[in-house]
Structures are given as C-alpha cells and as structure tokens.
Design a protein around this ligand. Structure first.
Ligand code: ZN
Length: 464
C-alpha cells in the first residue's frame, strides 16, 4: 500500500492524503489549503489525481482545513461515498455551505480589482450551490464500529476529542496475504476539554500517521484558561462594561457558552445577559445539541442534574436577525457578546467591535491564535488605533488575551500518543505540522525512545 502526501505535509493546512491499496484509491481528508490568495486558488482547484477514479473518501472531522475542498472534489466528478461520523457529517454540511458563501464573496472582491486592471473575472473555487451537493454522499458510522471502505480495506472511527464528532481513523488493509494496520490521528484533541471526551490513544497499529501542530509547545491546563476567562468577565461586569469575544463559530463558541453556563450554575458569576451572535454558531449549537453521544461523562451528569441542555441557560440568547444584532448597540448594561469571525476579519463581530472599542469599561477578549495581518492580531498586539470598515478607531477598551484554549494536543500528549503505539509500530509518520514543531517533537520522541519517525515532504509517496 502507498500513501501520497498531497496536503498538510510539512505544513498545517489543506489536509489530503491518497491511499492506494490493491486496486483501491481512497482519499483521506479533502481540506482547503489556506494561504496567500494567488497560490491557494490554483492549489485547491487542481487535484493530483482524477476525482472520478476515487473509490471512497474518509473524513476525520468537519474543520475546513480537513473538509473544505470536498465541494470542489464533487464538482469535478466525484460521486462515491464520503465516510464520517454522524456529528461530523452534520457539522460539515453547515460549514461547507458557509465556506461556499465565503468563496463567492471572495470572488466578487477579487473580480472588482481584476475589472479595474482590465483582467477577466475568475470563478469562485466553489459556490454555496456546489457545497449543497456534498451531504448526499455522506455515509455515517458511529465510533468504534468497523466498516468496509473497499475490497480488503476496513476502517473504524475512534474518538479524537478535538471537536464534536472528530475521529482518528484506524485502517486495516489486506494485501497479498498480509494485513497492515494504519492509524491516522486526524487532529488530536486534549484531555479535559469542556463537553468532549478525551482522545483515545493508538493501539494495535503498524504505522501511526499523526498530526504535530503543537509539537514544540507544552500546553497549559485548560482549567487555568477557563479561570482567566471567569476573572476577565467579572472584572468587566464590575466596571459596568461589555465583554466582546471574537470566536470561531464551531467549537470555541460552544466551549465558552458551556463555561459561562457552569459559572452561572455554580453562582460564581452574577446573572448577566450573554449573546451568541453568529448565524453559523447558532446552527452549530443546534448540531451540538443533537449529538449528546459525543459528550463526556461530566457534561452528561451536569445535564442530568440540572435537567437542562448544556448550551442553554437563563440569560443566554442566540441572536438570529441582523435587527436583533444591531439592537444590542443600544443596550448599555454589562453583557457578554460572543460573535464570529474568530480573527475579527469579517462577520457581525466587526459591528460590535466598532461600537464598543472606544469605551474603557469594555473588554475585548482574544481567545485563540490570531493570524498575522488580521484585526484580531492587531488587537492582541495592543495597537493603539485600528481600522474597522475603513475607519480609524482608538482602542480604549481593555484587551485581554487568554492562551491555552487550543483544541489541539500539546507536546506532552503528542509524545504520549506516539509512545502508546511505538511498542509494536514499525513507524511514526508526522504530518500536519510546521518544521519547527515537527523537529522539536522528533527530538522529544527520540529522548523518549521512540525511533523510526519520518516527516514526509509535500507531494511525496511512501510505500508501506
Ligand atoms: Zn481540526
């Protein structure tokens, strides 16, 4: 069997691996490559294989860097099954539509500039209508139940504890009388994340192909980050201000809502209005509520004791219309507003920032990694003046950054993950990580006695 590393090799974006076994061709992940616009368009559009010749697609979780190029794959003729867990299929459906919408808006923006330069317009990579063609191809499988992917190839989804529905994929390939077991990690979550169960460590694998996004960073305890979150909200309430949180609509938003719910239920936070203002977050929350089979024991207990859903409580409102969103500007009392996008590049959070950033009573809470050149990064870097919708605003609100809320395993757990398999595994294949991260993890693994670690180049092939 052979693996072609077509994406997320020596980088973290655009996950895509083609597995060839016997005569079957199986695509593992079909992520969107994200980077500079000129490079990404061509890279995402052109597959290095014929999509009509694939037998199956396996999807570990719904994040766009793992699923976001599926509409393009289907547009180019793929009509076979896309295997995923039930929650992943539901989340991917709304995320891909949202992504199609973004692709269309992006093409409008690019074409405006091209028109000014006298250049012909470009097509969007795919549209919302293209994204709608993907969900009918989903074939869903619960965790821990092996299923046939192709002749002599079976797969099984194992809980990865990263986002709702996320899975590692355990593959068994029988070829010429020999069975090879490949464990693909997907994105590895963390222990003690709110709502989700802990990631399952690999066992019984000949090869482990694993992510190493934070191979160079030990993480802090998530409980510590949630304590800081609590303190920041309390401080702001005391000042009579609003807390504005740019947050990713899927995962981070639900984690923050659940955390606020815990604080309210425990009586450690005064009763105050909390608003979730992002259409995608509202839809994602509905999907979270549909899949309690993905919750950890603690969350299930909390629901049972309080007899209420995890992501709803008195004082929490999910905003639906633009009018409701705008009406929040008129309100002066302390409140928490969680709104997308996560790096404050687009979406309704921009309005909330524009209206609240010049008041020293307010807090802007930065809760995730911010890419360079985004508004979120400028705020995190404590710039004194920022541009929003082309206008300059003085930053007078308190800016608080909370690290440690990552949904990815840190160096310690990655090391443990590789060690768990190493007793019997013939090799560890590092993917989905920058060179610094992979290098640091490799050293750590070597110290821990884990040998036979490879870190393949993009567009190379490994025979197993
Ligand atoms: Zn992910």
């Amino acid at each position: 069997m052979r693996i072609h590393f077509n994406g997320a090799a020596r980088t973290v974006t655009g996950s895509q691996y083609l597995l060839e076994a016997n005569s079957a061709r199986i695509l593992i992940e079909c992520g969107l490559f994200q980077g500079r616009r000129a490079e990404t368009y061509e890279r995402n559009r052109s597959f290095r294989f014929d999509p009509t010749e694939l037998d199956a697609v396996l999807l570990s979780h719904a994040h766009i860097d793992h699923s976001g190029n599926l509409p393009n794959l289907v547009k180019q003729g793929y009509g076979g099954p896309i295997h995923a867990t039930p929650a992943t299929a539901n989340l991917a459906e709304i995320m891909l539509r949202d992504s199609g919408h973004i692709q269309e808006a992006d093409a409008v923006f690019v074409n405006k500039r091209r028109h000014e330069r006298g250049q012909p317009p470009v097509e969007p990579l795919y549209t919302e209508a293209d994204a709608v063609e993907v969900p009918p191809l989903f074939q869903v499988h619960p965790y821990d139940q092996p299923f046939e992917v192709a002749a002599d190839v079976t797969a099984e989804f194992i809980d990865a504890g990263h986002i709702l529905g996320s899975a590692a994929i355990r593959l068994e390939v029988r070829e010429r009388g020999r069975t090879t077991r490949l464990w693909f990690s997907g994105d590895i979550g963390r222990r003690d994340l709110p709502i989700l169960r802990d990631p399952v460590l690999p066992s019984e694998a000949d090869y482990v192909m694993m992510e190493c996004t934070y191979g160079d960073k030990p993480h802090r305890d998530p409980a510590e980050a949630h304590r800081e979150f609590h303190q920041a909200v309390l401080r702001t309430v005391k000042r009579g201000g609003k807390v504005i949180i740019p947050a990713f609509a899927v995962g981070r938003t639900q984690e923050l809502v659940y955390s606020l719910h815990l604080m309210t239920a425990a009586g450690t936070l005064p009763r105050l209005p909390v608003y979730v203002d992002s259409p995608l977050a509202v839809n994602a929350t509905k999907i979270f509520e549909k899949h309690p089979e993905c919750y950890d024991e603690q969350t299930l207990q909390f629901i049972k004791l309080g007899k209420h859903p995890a992501l709803a409580f008195d004082g929490l409102t999910y905003i639906k219309t633009v009018e409701e969103s705008k009406a929040l500007n008129e309100r002066k009392e302390p409140m928490v507003i969680i709104s997308a996008s996560g790096m404050a590049e687009a979406g309704r959070v921009l309005h909330h920032l524009k209206n609240n950033i010049d008041d020293p009573r307010n807090t802007v809470l930065i809760v995730g990694w911010q890419a360079p050149n985004t508004l979120g990064r400028r705020l995190a870097d404590r710039e004194k003046v920022v541009r929003i919708y082309g206008e300059e605003y003085p930053v007078k609100a308190d800016i608080a950054t909370i690290g440690g809320l990552s949904a990815h395993a840190g160096q310690d757990l990655l090391t443990e993950y590789a060690r768990a398999a190493n007793g019997r595994a013939k090799g560890i294949i590092l993917v989905h990580g920058e060179e610094d991260a992979a290098g640091a993890l490799r050293e750590k693994l070597s110290d821990a006695g884990v040998r036979r670690v490879v870190y393949p180049d993009l567009f190379t092939t490994i025979d197993l």
